[in-house]
Design a protein around this ligand. Structure first.
Ligand code: 2P0
Length: 335
């Protein structure tokens, strides 16, 4: 199946009736049990389920309207060059939704993710875009449908449809109609994330290319699906029981196992920089000294700390320029 086939299934016989504009916000997310490896590259269908936490107010706001002559995009108020990778990727995604060949879009996106944090914005970006398209065309889709549409833009975007803890169920269907995110019913108000920027440079190999290379060449990839399934169950137990140690250990171990599969790929994928390793050792030292702090990493050099609010001051004074996010610290907010 192609993306376009899936869009037809999701939209059923809905008419696309453009309004003046559509707009939406979606949070960024950080996976605690990672999405690493696809079973279908066209539809971004994963080999395993994954579990993430959304970043509350940190994410992407997107406004979409019709544009007269050709698509036009802005990112944080700046025009995006039409021949950039970003514009090409967006244009291909929008092709799936044009009511006519000569229907063009104006897309304005503002990211509230601290740019210095080195967090990918494709997850919140495609989730906000899917919501904004739904608003613009007045489709009245539910969140499951939006999650599926967001996934067609970027796999991890399907998780950015919800706040709080989110599970992306891998599904087994060829069409991927059973591969979407669902929110977990628990909150964890004391949970803190700390973003530590190691490098702001663009990573040498994209996540997309990195996971493909890993699946195709890494001997360690065989062990990944089983590892992630176990970790996912452990994380759910930890979340249910508010067992921070279990949460931290599991997330850190899952991230390191993912990096192990990459390191064993060919050509090897080693996203770590000396400063990443230095920070990892520092975290381990702090833990040995009694500070319960753990980390996770994605396909890059940056490090994300996990700790509880009671340790916030101790953590803050150990890491210069740390950006602290409390994903559940939103009074009155319902997941
Ligand atoms: C994750 N990552 O679960 C994992 C951990 C990176 C490492 O999801 O090809 O940009 O668009 O489906 O979603 C990044 O991969 O890849 C990612 P595509 P995506 O957060």
């Amino acid at each position: 199946l192609t993306k376009s086939d899936v869009v037809k299934i999701v939209l059923e016989n809905r008419q696309s009736e453009p309004s003046e504009f559509g707009e939406a916000f979606a949070p960024a997310n950080i996976a605690l049990a990672k999405y690493w490896g696809k079973r279908d590259e066209e539809l971004n269908l994963p080999r395993t389920s994954s579990l993430s936490v959304s970043l509350g107010e940190y994410g992407s706001y997107t406004k979409i309207s019709q544009n007269g002559n050709g698509d036009s995009y802005t990112l944080n108020g700046q025009a995006v060059a039409t021949d950039s990778t970003f514009a090409r990727r967006l244009g291909l995604y929008l092709d799936l939704f044009r009511p006519a060949k000569d229907f063009f879009f104006r897309v304005e996106t503002v990211n509230s993710i601290p740019t210095a944090a080195g967090l990918a914005s494709s997850a919140s970006g495609f989730a906000a875009l899917a919501f904004a398209l739904n608003d613009f065309f007045q489709w009245h889709l539910d969140k499951t449908a939006i999650s599926i549409l967001a996934r067609l833009g970027s796999g991890s975007a399907c998780r950015s449809v919800y706040n709080g803890f989110v599970e992306w169920q891998a599904g087994i269907e060829e069409s991927g109609m059973d591969s979407f995110a669902l929110p977990l019913p628990h909150t964890w108000p004391d949970l803190c994330l700390g973003l530590i920027e190691i490098s702001s440079e663009e990573k040498p190999v994209s996540s997309r290319a990195g996971m493909k290379r890993t699946v195709e060449t890494s001997v360690l990839y065989k062990s990944w699906p089983e590892k992630t399934e176990k970790d996912l169950e452990r994380l759910k137990t930890a979340i249910e029981k508010k067992d921070f140690e279990l949460l931290g250990q599991t997330a850190e171990s899952n991230a390191l196992a993912m990096h192990a599969t990459m390191i064993a790929a060919w050509p090897p994928l080693l996203y770590w920089l000396p400063k990443s390793l230095e920070t990892i050792h520092k975290i381990h030292r702090l833990r040995d000294d009694g500070l319960p702090v753990y980390f996770t990493m994605d396909a890059g050099a940056n490090i994300k700390l996990l700790f509880e609010v009671k340790d916030m001051d101790d953590v803050r004074c150990q890491f210069e320029n740390i950006k602290i996010i409390r994903p559940f610290d939103r009074p009155g907010e319902k997941v």
